[in-house]
Design a protein around this ligand. Structure first.
Ligand SMILES: [Zn+2]
Length: 267
């Protein structure tokens, strides 16, 4: 790192070798340290007359950035730039275009959840999606849709499946839905709800298993998520989960078999 710095600095020096303020820059100092340009900057800021040389150094400094600001500062700037790029969509007019009613799963019915129940994001650019979380609604499809539209609920999943296999998408996959009760898991997952009750396995129809498996397979394909029980989990498996869904009535063997089949059919 120090060597790069020296090289950049001597390049800068060569650019204005006719100037005589070497003393100030101390390029011939036996152990050039990042401190010296900083010191130079401070001296200039302290009110020394800014001559032509200072202007040239200023211009060159802007070009080499790191040499003058120091490496820590440059690393910080880099991180800041990255963050700015990541957050660019938050700037009005810079958002990733979203079309009203657009869905991520063909055939899904778009029903927007209340914006209080999710957070706008730009996944997978800002957060890697590496998990699907399976839920059971503890109620009907219609009541789940209603609850997710209610800003007071504070939670919602990306998708809800009905017993007949119909699916509503309520939150875009690029956004973070509040469904897992765990911030990190919300940020890295897609949440899928299923109509029914945890203690009524008869609620989980073949049509629903099949349709949901199609979606999970698509999500896994899109985001390169391995089809296994480490990456396709139940709400109850989320650390600090206070919910027990999908419960013992959920047939994991059957579901995973269907996901694997759909995944290889799509591959
Ligand atoms: Zn749940």
């Amino acid at each position: 790192m120090g060597e790069d710095w020296t090289n950049q600095w001597s390049g800068l020096r060569a650019a204005d070798s006719r100037e005589e303020s070497r003393q100030e820059l101390r390029p011939e100092s036996p152990q050039p340290r990042p401190e010296s340009p900083r010191r130079h900057r401070r001296e200039t800021e302290a009110g020394r007359p800014i001559g032509r040389r200072a202007l040239i150094v200023g211009g060159a400094a802007a070009a080499v950035g790191g040499a003058v600001l120091g490496w820590d500062q440059m690393a910080q700037d880099g991180a800041m730039r990255e963050e700015m790029a990541r957050d660019m969509w938050k700037v009005p007019g810079m958002r990733k275009p979203r079309k009203e009613g657009e869905v991520d799963f063909t055939g899904a019915q778009w029903v927007a959840a209340s914006s209080a129940n999710w957070r706008m994001a730009d996944r997978p650019a800002d957060y890697t999606i590496d998990m699907v979380i399976i839920h059971v609604t503890q109620g009907s499809f219609d009541s789940a849709v209603k609850v997710f539209q209610n800003p007071a609920h504070g939670a919602a999943a990306h998708y809800i499946f009905r017993k007949d296999g119909h699916v509503a998408q309520m939150i875009r996959e690029l956004d973070v839905a509040y469904h897992a009760g765990n911030r990190e898991y919300n940020e890295r997952s897609i949440g899928i709800e299923h109509e029914g009750f945890v203690d009524r396995p008869e609620d989980f129809t073949d049509e629903m298993y099949r349709a949901s498996a199609q979606l999970t397979a698509r999500v896994c394909a899109r985001h390169k998520i391995p089809v296994d029980r480490k990456h396709i989990i139940g709400h109850i498996e989320v650390p600090e989960a206070t919910h027990t869904d999908p419960g013992d009535g959920w047939d994991w063997d059957k579901y995973m078999r269907l996901v694997r089949a759909a995944r290889s059919a799509n591959a």
